[in-house]
Design a protein around this ligand. Structure first.
Ligand SMILES: [Zn+2]
Length: 309
């Protein structure tokens, strides 16, 4: 059986391809070539379909979804869904395929066609709230995927682990009162978007782990073990979703946490052990942030190698 399925589509390169924005098309442009070069033994590559609108409604307000889909420009203009969320004419297909990747990946995993999946998507999703696009994120890809697991496959004990350097305020917003999902986030704090304090606990299902600027690799690994891995051992989730942002890398220009490429391999392996123990290996990972291109590419390769083992 294929261990890891990679979901990618060249449509992702047409989401704001020209604007000088940190969340740029070059982030994922070379990644498929780099993956091919690695000759990973157990991967398959697939192009995701565009998601059906009805599946987005599960995580977002219906009127917001309909209005947003009508806001994508059809000419070469840039439209700002919020101050940090520009979209271009290619963004509609990219957005629908980014969310669709999570759906296709779940179907692949549930059907036993792969153990886990990594969706290398743009735009990212974890800042997108119930009724608001923000912070480079249009719709919340991981939240839509989690709702698909709940509604289609009756899952009720899902873990979402978010190691992006920013707090996934959108994911927290969507699941704040939903015990079917437990959300774990490490993030530099204070930093954009300003949420993610330890006292934001939802219905006991939100675990925020704020990190001070300058946190070292060794401190991060200790915190990740004690606050996330040990809590996952208590939760014993039956499906693991990763909001895989790589902007806690030491070279990232948007934050100041000092992880190396090797750290992302270690985090991934630790999460894989949890998934093997409680989820029959089932992991859906979706790309969030990461803005130093070379650091991001290397960290993604490390993440895939961790998922493969
Ligand atoms: Zn981020």
């Amino acid at each position: 059986m294929t261990v890891t399925k990679i979901f990618y589509h060249t449509d992702f390169e047409n989401h704001i391809p020209t604007l000088n924005n940190p969340e740029c098309a070059n982030r994922t442009k070379n990644i498929m070539g780099l993956i091919q070069k690695e000759n990973f033994p157990n991967i398959a590559i697939e192009e995701p379909e565009k998601i059906k609108k009805e599946l987005i409604y599960a995580a977002h307000d219906k009127d917001f979804v309909d209005a947003t889909i009508n806001k994508f420009p059809e000419n070469d203009e840039i439209y700002y869904l919020d101050q940090e969320t520009p979209v271009s004419s290619g963004s509609k297909d990219a957005t629908l395929r980014a969310a669709g990747a999570g759906i296709d990946a779940i179907n692949s995993i549930i059907d036993g066609k792969s153990k886990n999946a990594f969706c290398i998507v743009r735009p990212p999703g974890h800042h997108a709230c119930i009724n608001k696009s923000m912070g480079f994120c249009v719709f919340n890809n991981v939240a839509i995927a989690a709702y698909y697991l709940i509604n289609k496959y009756d899952y009720s004990n899902i873990a979402i682990v978010d190691f992006d350097v920013h707090h996934g305020n959108g994911t927290q917003d969507i699941f704040y009162n939903n015990k079917n999902v437990t959300y774990y986030s490490t993030h530099q704090y204070p930093l954009y978007p300003g949420t993610g304090d330890v006292d934001e606990v939802g219905c006991g299902n939100i675990f925020n782990i704020p990190l001070v600027s300058g946190t070292s690799s060794a401190s991060y690994q200790k915190i990740f073990q004690e606050k996330i891995i040990e809590q996952l051992e208590i939760q014993q989730p039956d499906f693991l979703i990763i909001s895989a942002g790589f902007d806690a890398h030491k070279d990232d220009p948007l934050a100041n946490i000092n992880l190396s490429n090797e750290d992302f391999v270690i985090l991934t392996k630790k999460l894989k052990i949890i998934a093997d123990k409680y989820c029959n290996g089932k992991i859906l990972s979706m790309l969030e942030g990461g803005y130093d291109i070379s650091a991001l590419e290397n960290a993604m390769i490390g993440h895939i190698s961790g998922l493969q083992e």
